[in-house]
Design a binder for this molecule. Structure first.
Ligand SMILES: *[C@@H]1O[C@H](CO)[C@@H](O)[C@H](O)[C@H]1NC(C)=O
Ligand SMILES: *[C@@H]1O[C@H](CO)[C@@H](O)[C@H](O)[C@H]1NC(C)=O
Ligand SMILES: *[C@@H]1O[C@H](CO)[C@@H](O)[C@H](O)[C@H]1NC(C)=O
Ligand SMILES: *[C@@H]1O[C@H](CO)[C@@H](O)[C@H](O)[C@H]1NC(C)=O
Length: 368
């Protein structure tokens, strides 16, 4: 993987010791496990927010963009593509795992390019947006979940369909493709404070999310890779305001935990309801929590800075501080898990793919 070649030797050691903890399986992997962990997909279609936006926001009227240095300093020779990191995102590492090309931003494609790349995948993710239509709109334009699914539907009708002779060949392509989602944290950022009950908010949000999953299923999706919501309360922009300073905002984490538990349960329900449909549930929440507070037997992030962002390096901690062109940047992003106050570094994203696919500690096939 390209992302690792600039690692210091001790970091490589760190990653290798991380590989050693791979669980020993006593039972034969199920057919679904074999497909998700060792199989291939024809295409990867990505739905999400800034965690996986590869540059859609570059084309929208918004301040929430990452298409300038120091973003992308470790991406293919230092390209600021619009990814909110110094390098690859988790969507990139997932594409790499399945042997697919990195999935391009929908809004950056010409009609001809859409025809071509619709066969291997398109990314609709948009920073600052969320599951609710109004989430993020205070900050400018962005593509909400339902809009992303509309665009995917349009791609299927206008670009993908004419690549196949029959409807059943198109259906087969879709059934052998992977549909990944990573969305929902911005709904908590923008709207959670308006609600008294975490339970009520989670139910409302989940209802909207599952509606779009059902739509994707109607369009032909049969393999889903669903990330739960990150532990927002432990991110640098949040821990700046906690008491004692630097501790996680447990109130935010608990509220998101309620959503995540309900999400996991309802995927099991959806699996019962749908025929021939598989879900991989990825526990992004606990992955980031563990990176931040490694348990005693885990060395994975012991030597990494888990509280401050790399950019701005002179971060004094505030809810609104962000990484700008003029910011002072750390010299070694590989020593940090956060690149800016809200987003992970490439090394954190790489560790995610190890934890998901090699260690299999955070990714689980949903059973009925
Ligand atoms: C689309 O694919 C064809 C065949 O592989 C190639 O010749 C063409 O240049 C591609 N077009 C674009 C815009 O990428
Ligand atoms: C799933 O298949 C069963 C029979 O095989 C059928 O009764 C049911 O309606 C199907 N459900 C869906 C959502 O297609
Ligand atoms: C499920 O998939 C199998 C094999 O692809 C197919 O034969 C069967 O008809 C499908 N069942 C439903 C209910 O779609
Ligand atoms: C993390 O980095 C910041 C600045 O980049 C520094 O002030 C802080 O002391 C570092 N924390 C640890 C635990 O190394």
């Amino acid at each position: 993987m390209g992302g690792t070649c600039s690692l210091k030797p001790y970091l490589l050691l760190l990653l290798l010791s991380f590989l050693n903890v791979t669980t020993i399986y006593s039972t034969k992997p199920s057919k679904e496990e074999a497909v998700f962990f060792d199989g291939k997909f024809r295409a990867l279609y990505v739905i999400g927010d800034s965690l996986v936006d590869p540059g859609n926001n570059n084309h929208l009227l918004t301040w929430i963009k990452a298409n300038f240095p120091p973003y992308g300093s470790d991406f293919e020779g230092g390209k600021a593509t619009g990814r909110f990191s110094n390098g690859k995102t988790i969507a990139d590492y997932i594409a790499i795992h399945y042997g697919l090309p990195l999935v391009p931003a929908y809004l950056g494609l010409s009609e001809e390019q859409k025809n071509n790349v619709s066969l291997t995948g398109i990314n609709y993710a948009s920073a600052s947006c969320g599951i609710f239509y109004l989430t993020g709109k205070l900050l400018g334009q962005c593509l909400s979940l339902s809009v992303q699914v509309n665009l995917l539907e349009e791609t299927i009708e206008k670009n993908l369909k004419n690549k196949f002779k029959t409807q059943s060949e198109l259906n087969q392509h879709l059934a052998e493709s992977l549909f990944m989602t990573a969305i929902g944290v911005n709904d908590y950022v923008f709207f959670y404070y308006k609600f008294i009950s975490a339970n009520y908010f989670a139910n409302k949000l989940l209802h909207r999310f599952l509606k779009q999953i059902e739509r994707l299923h109607e369009l032909g999706a049969r393999n889903f890779f669903i990330n739960n919501i990150k532990p927002l309360g432990c991110y640098p922009n949040m821990i700046a305001t906690t008491e004692p300073r630097g501790s996680c905002n447990e109130h935010a984490n608990r509220a998101i935990g309620i959503f995540n538990n309900k999400l996991r349960e309802s995927l099991s329900g959806l699996k019962k309801k749908f025929n021939n449909t598989s879900f991989l549930y990825s526990d992004y929440f606990n992955f980031m929590l563990e990176l931040r507070e490694p348990s005693s037997n885990q060395v994975r992030s012991k030597q990494l800075n888990t509280t401050s962002p790399c950019c701005p390096k002179d971060y004094h901690g505030s809810l609104t501080s962000s990484c700008k062109r003029s910011s002072i940047v750390c010299k070694e992003p590989n020593n940090y898990i956060f690149f800016d106050p809200r987003h992970p570094t490439q090394i954190a994203n790489f560790m995610y793919s190890i934890a998901c696919f090699k260690e299999r500690s955070i990714c689980h096939v949903v059973k009925t």
